[in-house]
Ligand binder design. Structure first.
Ligand code: ATP
Length: 210
């Protein structure tokens, strides 16, 4: 089983790391790939550059060997489509089942993703219940979920949906960007190395270290 957790990571924060480790423990896997959505197709431009977000992702994963930063989408041109990432991963590892980890906010909007039905057939989906983002699903997503939901993933299958019971941290990148733009400190919401990087590079409207 190969677990992938994608995001714009603008910036990567403690909530992401906590979620990734929780997934490893709950699913009993040794590692999880954190895939940088380099050029996200379904949202506005990012604040930090691809290189900066990739730099922060590498730093954030540095302290825990279970966390593997993945730059597959950095090297692909055009919008970062999850379906392309999963298809490439399937080609490289045809004997492994794929798991795509996704927060409840993003899951509710899955039908907006490019070839979303194919995304959900190339991998099983593990949904994280983010505080403040109850799983309020459209009728379409409710039916989709009901048809695929399981209480435990079957190792060899794809196309399943597992809603993880684990409690997630109430942290978002947007909140961090807002705090920093207002001149505050978000260090308590960030891995230490990422907080240092942000301050050294003066990202998100913060004052850069001399
Ligand atoms: P923004 O606030 O800019 O939308 P974000 O904090 O949601 O950013 P993303 O990089 O957009 O971060 O998220 C990547 C993935 O991580 C998404 O599936 C998202 O739902 C999930 N995620 C983000 N924050 C958390 C959290 N605190 N707990 C669990 N999952 C999270």
């Amino acid at each position: 089983m190969i677990c992938l957790f994608g995001g714009t990571f603008d910036p990567i924060h403690s909530g992401h790391l906590h979620a990734a480790i929780e997934v490893c423990e709950e699913l009993g896997v040794d590692s999880i790939r954190l895939v940088l959505s380099a050029r996200p197709a379904h949202r506005d431009v990012t604040s930090a550059t691809i290189e900066q977000r990739w730099g922060m992702l590498q730093l954030a994963c540095g302290d825990d060997e279970r966390l593997l930063p993945d730059d597959g989408e950095v090297h692909r041109s055009g919008p970062s489509f999850t379906v392309a990432t999963l298809a490439a991963m399937h080609e490289q590892h045809p004997d492994d089942s794929l798991v795509w980890v996704i927060g409840s906010d993003a899951y509710a909007l899955l039908p907006q993703w490019y070839e979303w039905q194919r995304v959900a057939s190339l991998a099983s989906l593990v949904v994280l219940q983010r505080p403040g983002h109850d799983l309020e699903l459209s009728p379409q997503m409710r039916a989709f979920t009901a048809a695929r939901q399981v209480t435990e993933l079957t190792d060899s299958s794809v196309g399943q949906v597992l809603v993880l019971a684990s409690v997630m941290q109430s942290v978002s990148a947007e909140e961090i960007r807002t705090i920093l733009a207002e001149g505050g400190s978000a260090d308590h919401l960030l891995p230490a190395a990422v907080a240092t990087y942000i301050s050294q590079h003066g990202l998100y409207g913060g004052i850069s270290d001399p």
